[in-house]
Design a protein around this ligand. Structure first.
Ligand SMILES: Cc1cc2nc3c(=O)[nH]c(=O)nc-3n(C[C@H](O)[C@H](O)[C@H](O)COP(=O)(O)OP(=O)(O)OC[C@H]3O[C@@H](n4cnc5c(N)ncnc54)[C@H](O)[C@@H]3O)c2cc1C
Length: 339
């Protein structure tokens, strides 16, 4: 681990003034001159310990007052501060009542100890999962190297990797919580060092590898997430979240699904929001599944048709073909949990 200085930020503005990098993508370019924000620190210190990230300065934003609030208004919806911990979200009764899929996703993420440390801002901004990308010994495309080690048909260990949009990078996004947030059409509020605030839909927050392989989200060096906003659900909104893992106690997702449906009295799906996690390098909204389910009765046959529609665009790698039937079964099950 390299030596770094530590700055205890007193406010968001103070933290933003401390950024000493002139590189706009301070974290995503592997520079050793950068400063970095640290919230829970779970992911940041993984990178620092591995020697992949060598910041000169760590700016601790974890103790900034005001970023740790959860507010719910029946008409406006839910606001979750970026420093709210996953444990606080897991135990919030209004989230359980109004955003069940989010409650389920958070309760199935990481371990109780990690949920006590991890913050929502850090969770959605954590870096992708791929053992080659996260190893100091492998210079892959994302680290300005000349190959994708995971993709190799004989030597690539790609069983946990992407089956959709896996043309240039086959890593998957790590935040299973983002699967649920995106399904609820959440937005991310970001403040920059000029004092400008913007609200970005989760669908536009993540950056696909095809668009820019050096980026995983739109955050620039001098920007901080301050809150995540979820629109108010209607009384006909129902949701479910299911995550498949190799080890039930705790594990990264092999495939997770969040389904948020508007359901009319006779179990007809009026609108569908269906998002897949660990399927692609970013949380993936399945337009195919949504279209297949909308204006249909929620039953086993239509749930299966929607699940199969989602997988028509899947292109598995040598060792992750199992993900296709896994997603078909999981999407179907999540839809039927709502009926
Ligand atoms: C063994 C293990 C299992 C896990 N399992 C899961 C799982 O199943 N599902 C899941 O979703 N997660 C999982 N996680 C992730 C974990 O729960 C944390 O959410 C995550 O590692 C980062 O949260 P953090 O608050 O510690 O962020 P940090 O490590 O502090 O920050 C992560 C990144 O976000 C940036 N950042 C942090 N806050 C802000 C902000 N407000 N504005 C701008 N940038 C910011 C940092 O600069 C850094 O780049 C797991 C982690 C481990 C170690």
């Amino acid at each position: 681990m390299n030596k770094f200085s530590w700055y205890e930020a007193k406010s968001v503005e103070d933290a933003l003034q401390q950024v000493n990098s002139t590189v706009s993508e301070q974290l995503y370019k592997h520079t050793d001159k950068a400063s970095i924000f640290k919230s829970g620190g779970v992911d940041v210190f993984d990178w620092v310990k591995e020697g992949l990230l060598k910041p000169q300065k760590i700016i601790n934003i974890r103790n900034i007052p005001g970023l740790d609030k959860i507010d719910y208004d029946r008409k406006k919806g839910m606001s979750i501060g970026s420093n709210v911990t996953l444990a606080e979200i897991a135990s919030n009764p209004e989230i359980k009542t109004n955003y069940l899929a989010l409650h389920q996703a958070v309760n199935h993420a990481a371990t109780p100890q990690l949920r006590n440390m991890s913050t929502l801002g850090g969770n959605i901004a954590q870096r992708n999962r791929c053992w080659y990308f996260r190893s100091g010994d492998h210079d892959c495309f994302r680290k300005e190297g000349d190959r994708c080690f995971a993709r190799h048909s004989e030597t690539g260990e790609n069983e946990n990797h992407a089956i959709i949009d896996n043309g240039s990078c086959v890593s998957v996004h790590a935040s299973s919580i983002s699967t649920a947030l995106m399904a609820f059409n959440a937005s991310v509020v970001i403040l920059n060092s000029e004092g400008e605030k913007k609200k970005v839909a989760m669908d536009d927050f993540f950056v696909t590898a095809a668009k820019d392989i050096a980026m995983e989200n739109i955050l620039q060096a001098k920007e901080i997430i301050t809150e995540i906003i979820l629109p108010a659900p209607s009384k006909n909104t129902k949701s479910a979240y299911i995550k498949q893992v190799a080890r039930e106690s705790y594990d990264w997702s092999l495939g997770d699904v969040a389904v948020v449906l508007e359901v009319s009295g006779n179990a007809t799906c009026r609108s569908a929001s269906i998002v897949l996690g660990a399927a692609a390098p970013v949380p993936y909204r399945s337009m195919e599944a949504q279209q297949a389910l909308e204006n249909k009765t929620i039953n086993s046959e239509n749930a299966l048709a929607a699940a199969e529609a989602a997988m028509t665009i899947a292109r598995p790698l040598a060792k992750n073909g199992y993900k296709v039937p896994l997603f078909v079964a999981t999407i179907k099950q999540a839809i039927l949990e709502i009926s």
